[in-house]
Design a protein. Structure first.
Length: 217
């Protein structure tokens, strides 16, 4: 029996694309396009996400929101905002990104200018199929301090230190939370109803906070 593989992401790579052409593509395609761009010194990857990619993205966002709410941490979501710096000819559109430590610095802003504004504190990158660009290098160049990267099975947390990413076990933005904790609930999301998932995660977070408070006392 012939098994058909399901492609979670469709990728197109263009070479020798000038920064001006890249900027024109951003303008022409607009914010509502279904694809996401990554640009690195003339190489442009256009990725169109499908269900296997988009569903975990949504689950991550819900878990992060619960964490911020229960831990009483201020947060501002920036979604797949185009993060770009002409001076280094690099740009990327994360699956999700968030201002947490720098939330107050961009509160009230309607547009971001990374020549003046801080970059998001946390970015989520989902790459289930192989990518032609080294996206870690783009995030490093942009200065994203914390990156969560998910390949469909395994989640990794990275911290930017001395211009390189170091794999870490605990989140910087949410120090009580380990990579294995989040990965466990993301794996559960494949077989659980989404409401049940969020409710069970909220209960777990509250228990985690309570046990941590007991330990400090």
């Amino acid at each position: 029996m012939l098994l058909q593989s399901i492609i979670p992401e469709q990728r197109t790579v263009l070479y020798n694309v000038s920064w001006e052409t890249f900027e024109a593509l951003l303008r022409d395609t607009g914010e509502d396009r279904g694809s996401r761009f990554a640009y690195d010194c003339g190489t442009l990857e256009i990725m169109t996400p499908l269900f296997e990619h988009e569903n975990p993205k949504i689950q991550f966002d819900r878990l992060i929101f619960v964490l911020a709410e229960e831990l009483k941490i201020k947060i501002r979501s920036a979604g797949s905002t185009t993060l770009k710096r002409k001076s280094i000819t690099k740009a990327i559109e994360p699956d999700n990104c968030y201002y947490i430590q720098n939330e107050q610095a961009i509160r009230g802003k309607q547009e971001l200018d990374l020549t003046k504004d801080p970059v998001p504190d946390l970015a989520l990158e989902i790459d289930i199929t192989s990518t032609s660009l080294n996206k870690l290098n783009i995030y490093i160049a942009l200065g994203i301090v914390e990156l969560w990267r998910y390949d469909g099975e395994r989640l990794k947390f990275y911290q930017l230190l001395e211009n390189q990413y170091i794999e870490i076990t605990l989140s910087i933005a949410f120090p009580l939370i380990s990579v294995s904790d989040i990965n466990r609930f993301i794996q559960k999301s494949k077989i659980m109803d989404e409401i049940d998932l969020v409710q069970s995660f909220r209960v777990w977070v509250r228990e985690k906070i309570e046990s941590s408070s007991d330990f400090r006392e």
